[in-house]
Design a protein around this ligand. Structure first.
Ligand SMILES: Cc1cc2[nH]c(=O)nc(N)n2n1
Length: 282
C-alpha cells in the first residue's frame, strides 16, 4: 500500500485551515511524556480521529491528540501519543505525521521515547540522548521508504549517517549541566525492535553484544522519514527499566513500570526539551 503526495498535502491543508499556527518544531511525545504538549501557549488541538488521514492511537498512556502552540517564542506542533508498528499499523501510517509536519513547514523534529537499557551505566530514570540508532525492522525491509520514491520529499537512497544532529546533542548536554541533571544523562545507541513483546534474555544479550545501549519499539522509522525529507532531528530516550540479560535474574519488565518512570521524569524531559527549543535559532 502506498500513500500519495496528495494525501499528505490534503492533511496538511486541512490542518492549516483549522489553525493559524505554522510550526517550526515538531515534537513526538513517547510513553508517559505527553505532558509536554500541555505547556504550549495559545493551543489549538485536534483529536487524531478528527484529522483526515491520521491513524488512531491504541496504546494506554498515549492520548491521541495533535497540539499546536507557542513554546518560548517558537511555534510547535506536538504529538500526544504516537503510532507503533506493534499496533498493526503499516510503517507508512506510523510515519505519516512526519511528512505532514514537513509540508506544514517544520524544520526540526524532536522525538522522545521510553526504552529499556542494556548499557551498564544507564539506570531506570536516566535519560539517553540518542547518538545513533539501529533500525532492525528496516534492516529486513520493514521500512517506510520502501516502494516508489516520492522525489518531492527526498532522494531514492538517502544517507543516514549523522541523522541525529550533533549541534543539538551538544546543546542538550550543555542544558543538562545547567539544569544540574547531567548526572542522569549520557549519549547512546538506540535500537528499535518490532515488539510488542519485550526481549528474551538471548535477544538482550545479542543486542548488548552488538553495541546497543537502549532498546524500544518506535522512533527509528520516524527518524528515517524525517531525515529523508531533510528535517533536523534530536532524540532522547527515557530509560524505564534495565533489560534482563542474565538467566539468574528473576526481574521482568511490564508496561505499567514503563509508564511509572515516565511520570517520574517527565518534568525533567519537559525542561530539557523546552530549553533546547528556546535556544534554537530558527
Ligand atoms: C518502551 C520500551 C520499554 C522497554 N523495555 C525493554 O526492556 N525492552 C523494550 N523493548 N522496551 N520498550
Amino acid at each position: 500500500d502506498q500513500i500519495s503526495h496528495d494525501e499528505y498535502q490534503k492533511t496538511a491543508d486541512w490542518l492549516m485551515s483549522q489553525t493559524k499556527h505554522r510550526p517550526q518544531v515538531a515534537i513526538i511525545c513517547g510513553s508517559g511524556l505527553g505532558m509536554l504538549a500541555d505547556t504550549l501557549k495559545c493551543q489549538d488541538s485536534f483529536a487524531y480521529s478528527d484529522i483526515p488521514g491520521f491513524p488512531q492511537s491504541t496504546v494506554q498512556g498515549h492520548a491521541g491528540r495533535l497540539v499546536f502552540g507557542e513554546l518560548k517564542g517558537k511555534t510547535c506542533v506536538c504529538m500526544q501519543g504516537r503510532f507503533h508498528m506493534y499496533e498493526g499499523h503499516s510503517l507508512l501510517k506510523t510515519t505519516f505525521p512526519v511528512r505532514v509536519f514537513k509540508l506544514l513547514g517544520v524544520e526540526t523534529l524532536i522525538v522522545t521515547n521510553a526504552a529499556g537499557s542494556l548499557a551498564d551505566g544507564l539506570q531506570p530514570g536516566d535519560i539517553m540522548i540518542i547518538k545513533d540508532h539501529v533500525n532492525f525492522p528496516g534492516l529486513v525491509g520493514l521500512n517506510p521508504l520502501c516502494g516508489p520514491n516520492d522525489d518531492k520529499f527526498g532522494p531514492r537512497f538517502p544517507a543516514m549517517s549523522g541523522c541525529y544532529d550533533k549541534n543539538l546533542r551538544c546543546q542538550a548536554m550543555e542544558i543538562a549541566k545547567q539544569l544540574g541533571v547531567a548526572g542522569l544523562m549520557q549519549e547512546g545507541v538506540y535500537a528499535m525492535v518490532g515488539g510488542p513483546n519485550f526481549e528474551t534474555i538471548a535477544e538482550a544479550r545479542l543486542l548488548h553484544r552488538l553495541g546497543v545501549d537502549a532498546v524500544g519499539m518506535s522512533t527509528a522509522p520516524e527518524v528515517v522519514v524525517a531525515t529523508h525529507c531533510g528535517l533536523r532531528v534530536f532524540g532522547l530516550s527515557l530509560i524505564t527499566n534495565k533489560v534482563v540479560k542474565s538467566y539468574e535474574d528473576s526481574d521482568s519488565v511490564n508496561h505499567e513500570g514503563v509508564l511509572e518512570v515516565g511520570r517520574l521524569r517527565s518534568h525533567t524531559v519537559q525542561q530539557l526539551v523546552t530549553e533546547l527549543i528556546s535556544r534554537m535559532e530558527i
